[in-house]
Design a protein around this ligand. Structure first.
Ligand SMILES: NC(=O)c1ccc[n+]([C@@H]2O[C@H](COP(=O)([O-])OP(=O)(O)OC[C@H]3O[C@@H](n4cnc5c(N)ncnc54)[C@H](OP(=O)(O)O)[C@@H]3O)[C@@H](O)[C@H]2O)c1
Length: 170
């Protein structure tokens, strides 16, 4: 496949799934884990090893602002996005330690107007074009972590600081 492409310098790992799951239906959670954890790891590892052999490459993955904290209505979605964020950090550390010439970009969107944006109380829903433009710019600049759209960096900073006693009641 990479031969047919004429080589590979950049892999963007965007596939992901998740559903609101108030009833904790395990089938929904399993589907989310299969895609966002198992599938994600399979592709990310393959790309890392390929780029390591090549001594250069850029892996971009779309995680989520949701991965920063838990979520009572979609617990597997947020937990799997937390996994992705943590896994990408591990790969970045590995790339640095190996001096492997590999760049890891973690794109963390807030809400973007696609089929994935589910549930009530959505705000700052970005048009797809605006989000993709910002993702493209971050890739070109080889950013390590980027919030999309930019204002979601504010939400991320607040989310990380909400005390557990308050967060548990939200
Ligand atoms: N939209 C948002 O508000 C938002 C916010 C934060 C993060 N994200 C993340 O952004 C990424 C892209 O989502 P999107 O917003 O572009 O939604 P989308 O339009 O629904 O795209 C999701 C993509 O994932 C693919 N996919 C789902 N399950 C798969 C599986 N088991 N195997 C292979 N491919 C699979 C889908 O392929 P098919 O079309 O073939 O099913 C589709 O191309 C996802 O990782 C999502 O978690 C989205």
């Amino acid at each position: 496949m990479t031969n047919q492409l004429g080589g590979l310098d950049l892999l963007i790992l965007s596939s992901g799934t998740g559903d609101l799951n108030d009833a904790l239906d395990f089938e929904i959670e399993k589907r989310t884990i299969d895609t966002n954890v198992t599938g994600f790891t399979c592709v990310a590892d393959w790309a890392f090893n390929y780029f390591q052999n090549q001594k250069s490459g850029h892996l971009v993955a779309i995680s989520s602002v949701g991965g920063l904290r838990g979520n009572r209505v979609a617990p597997a979605y947020n937990a799997t996005k937390a996994y992705q964020i943590n896994y990408l950090e591990g790969l970045r550390q590995k790339a640095t330690k190996l001096n492997a010439g590999i760049v890891i970009t973690d794109v963390r969107p807030g809400f973007v107007d696609t089929a994935m944006a589910k549930g009530d109380g959505q705000f700052w829903v970005a048009p797809v074009e605006k989000a993709t433009k910002q993702i493209f710019e971050a890739i070109m600049r080889k950013k390590k972590i980027v919030y999309v759209t930019k204002r979601w960096g504010i939400v991320a900073a607040i989310l990380k600081r909400i005390p557990r006693q308050i967060f548990d009641r939200m």
